[in-house]
Design a protein around this ligand. Sequence first.
Ligand SMILES: CC(C)(COP(=O)(O)OP(=O)(O)OC[C@H]1O[C@@H](n2cnc3c(N)ncnc32)[C@H](O)[C@@H]1OP(=O)(O)O)[C@@H](O)C(=O)NCCC(=O)NCCS
Length: 228
Amino acid sequence: MPVASRAVELAGPTLTLRYATVADAPALFELGSDPEVTRFFSWGPYTSVEQPRAYIRTLAGQRRRGEQLDLLIVHRDSGPIGVTGLVELGRRDRRAVIGTWLGRRWWGSGANEESKALVAHLAFEQLGLERIGAYADVVNGRSQAALAKLGFVREGVLRRWHRHGDAVHDVVLFSLLRDDWERSPLAAVPAELRGEPPEAFVVGQPASGGAGGDDAIAGSPSSTENGG
Ligand SMILES: CC(C)(COP(=O)(O)OP(=O)(O)OC[C@H]1O[C@@H](n2cnc3c(N)ncnc32)[C@H](O)[C@@H]1OP(=O)(O)O)[C@@H](O)C(=O)NCCC(=O)NCCS
């Protein structure tokens, strides 16, 4: 008989990544109502707590369908500080795209590195992914520099990749392969996994070469679409 699995949670030295619940909506509202934070997203800034509440309500279905695996970034002392996650899962090719946003006061704090280290651990060690992509708007110098210093490799520019209302944006594509990760500062960050990742996101067992899906699943909106 199937046993209900415990929701996945990742713990690092100062941060925990976990599923958001509706009780987190006020904290997300506070963080995401800053226009500087959402400048490069198709959404925001939040103007009502109902907006993060509605976002949180979509997450369980997105996880189940293998469309989006968003995790709340929770600081040991300060509570929720942002969101990170994986989208655009390609099961056959064992890849996904990472996105992250942090409340303004957490920029430059090291939280980006630790949260990405935890997601990379999940992706390469638990889900069996072989590649994590990342997008940064061509004018988002901060995001590009943040990715590069963590070992993500710049691959080129995707022209007219993201549509935000009537505006269409070019983005820089970065990637972190399993080998890159092993050499990057991210691999040195201690990460403890608790619970089970959503089944739809498990594409293979890295050690055994395991059972990967070979059916391509259409990607969900990318990081700049979902605020990841
Ligand atoms: C993107 C984000 C997660 C990065 O996290 P962060 O904590 O700000 O990143 P870091 O401070 O570790 O790294 C940024 C680096 O860029 C540098 N930098 C800042 N502005 C820059 C600019 N305009 N051009 C180039 N480099 C810049 C910083 O000095 C820093 O480098 P350093 O550590 O060597 O000094 C965070 O800024 C954020 O949440 N931004 C809003 C949401 C967002 O844009 N997400 C990305 C979607 S495309």
